[in-house]
Design a protein around this ligand. Structure first.
Ligand code: ADP
Length: 329
C-alpha cells in the first residue's frame, strides 16, 4: 500500500485499537444512524457490539472500513486518524463480511493472492501458506471455492480479511445462520486469533455468543451507545433472581421472619422473593420458610440474564429517545 502521502513515521503510541468520539452518521434520507457516539476498544480485547436490527452496527463498521463516510466526529484506528491518515487507518483493520461473497472460480490460494495484490502486499511479504494453515484450509488450497463447504467458505472469508496482517479483525455477524457445530468451530478459531494478539470486534445478535467470547461488550440501540463495560461487570448487574413459592396454606401477610428477603405476598398463598444470587442462596430462603412453620407445595425461579438487561436497556433508551424527540419538537 502506498501511504507515503500520509507519512505517519510509525504507529502513533496509543493504548486503544479503536477510539471514537462524537461520531455522527446521517444518511441521505435524514436517518440519524449514529448520534453523539463515543466508543473505545482497547488493544488486544475481544469486543462484542450488540444491538437489535437497525441499531447502527453495520453503519459503524462501514465507517471504520471506509465504506461509509461519517457526517461528523473523530475516529482513530490503531492510533491513525481516519481523516488525516485514511489509508493507514483502513489498513489496520480486516473486515469479515456477513455474506459469503467468494469468487467460485478461484481456489483459496488464488483468492488470498488476489486479495493480497488488492492491498498491495509485496509477493515476498505474503503469508498465504501461514494463513491457510491457521484457518485449517491447507488441504483445500487448490480446490475451487465453489467446492468448499459453507464452513470452509466462512473460514476463507476470515483468511481474506487477514492477508494484509491487520492488528484488528472486524467480524460482522460471523455465525448468523450457521449451525451449532460450525459456530463452535468458528468460535475456537477466532478465540485462537485473539489469544495470539489480534484485537477482535464482533457484531452479533446472539447474546450467548457475546457472553461466551467477549471480554467487553457494548450495547447499541437507535444509533446510541446504551451500555459499555467488561462482560463480567455487565453480567454482575444481572445478578438478580426471583422466586415464587406456593404454600400449602393461605396467608394474610408476609411473616416477619421473611421480610428481610424482599418478600411480597400474592394472595392467598404465593410468596414472591427478589434477591441477589451473590448475597442469598435459594436454600437460605427455603430454610427460613420452613422455620416459620410453612409448607412449600411448589417453587419456580427466574434468573435475569443478558437478554433481560438488553431488553431493559434498549427499551429505556427507546423511551428516553422518544421523550427527547417530543421535547425537541
Ligand atoms: P444494524 O446493522 O444495527 O442493523 P444499520 O447500521 O444497518 O443497523 O442501520 C441503522 C439505521 O440506518 C437504520 O435505520 C437503517 O434503516 C438506516 N440505514 C442503513 N443504511 C442506510 C443507507 N444506505 N441509506 C439510508 N439509511 C440507511
Amino acid at each position: 500500500m502506498n501511504a507515503s502521502s500520509e507519512n505517519p513515521a510509525a504507529t502513533p503510541p496509543c493504548e486503544n485499537a479503536i477510539a471514537i468520539r462524537g461520531l455522527e452518521k446521517t444518511y441521505g434520507g435524514g436517518v440519524h444512524a449514529l448520534e453523539a457516539f463515543d466508543l473505545t476498544i482497547p488493544r488486544g480485547s475481544f469486543f462484542g457490539l450488540l444491538g437489535p436490527n437497525g441499531a447502527g452496527k453495520s453503519t459503524l463498521i462501514n465507517v471504520l472500513a471506509g465504506l461509509a463516510i461519517k457526517t461528523a466526529g473523530d475516529v482513530k484506528i490503531w492510533g491513525f486518524d481516519l481523516d488525516r491518515a485514511p489509508r493507514h487507518a483502513r489498513a489496520a483493520i480486516g473486515v469479515v463480511p456477513q455474506e459469503l461473497n467468494i469468487d467460485p472460480f478461484l481456489t483459496p490460494r488464488e483468492a488470498l493472492e488476489v486479495q493480497a495484490g488488492f492491498y498491495g502486499v509485496p509477493k515476498k511479504a505474503r503469508r498465504t501458506d501461514e494463513i491457510l494453515r491457521a484457518l485449517h484450509l491447507s488441504d483445500k488450497a487448490e480446490a475451487y471455492a465453489r467446492a468448499l463447504s459453507g464452513g470452509m467458505q466462512r473460514r476463507l472469508l476470515i483468511a481474506k480479511a487477514m492477508v494484509h496482517s491487520p492488528p484488528i479483525l472486524v467480524l460482522d455477524e460471523p455465525t448468523a445462520g450457521v449451525d451449532v457445530e460450525l459456530r463452535q468451530q468458528l468460535w475456537e478459531l477466532i478465540r485462537a486469533l485473539n489469544a495470539k494478539g489480534t484485537t477482535v470486534l464482533l457484531t452479533t445478535h446472539y447474546l450467548e455468543e457475546a457472553e461466551q467470547l467477549c471480554d467487553r461488550i457494548a450495547i447499541i440501540n437507535q444509533g446510541q451507545l446504551v451500555a459499555c463495560d467488561q462482560t463480567e461487570t455487565l453480567l454482575r448487574r444481572m445478578d438478580k433472581r426471583e422466586m415464587l413459592v406456593t404454600l400449602a396454606e393461605d396467608l394474610s401477610e408476609v411473616p416477619a421472619a421473611l421480610k428481610r428477603f424482599q418478600a411480597s405476598l400474592q394472595p392467598p398463598r404465593v410468596l414472591h422473593f427478589k434477591f441477589r444470587t451473590s448475597e442469598t442462596g435459594i436454600g437460605d430462603i427455603l430454610n427460613a420458610v420452613h422455620e416459620t412453620g410453612l409448607t412449600v407445595s411448589d417453587l419456580t425461579t427466574r434468573e435475569s440474564d443478558l437478554q433481560d438487561l438488553f431488553l431493559q436497556l434498549t427499551r429505556s433508551a427507546a423511551i428516553g429517545k422518544k421523550a427527547g424527540r417530543v421535547a425537541k419538537a
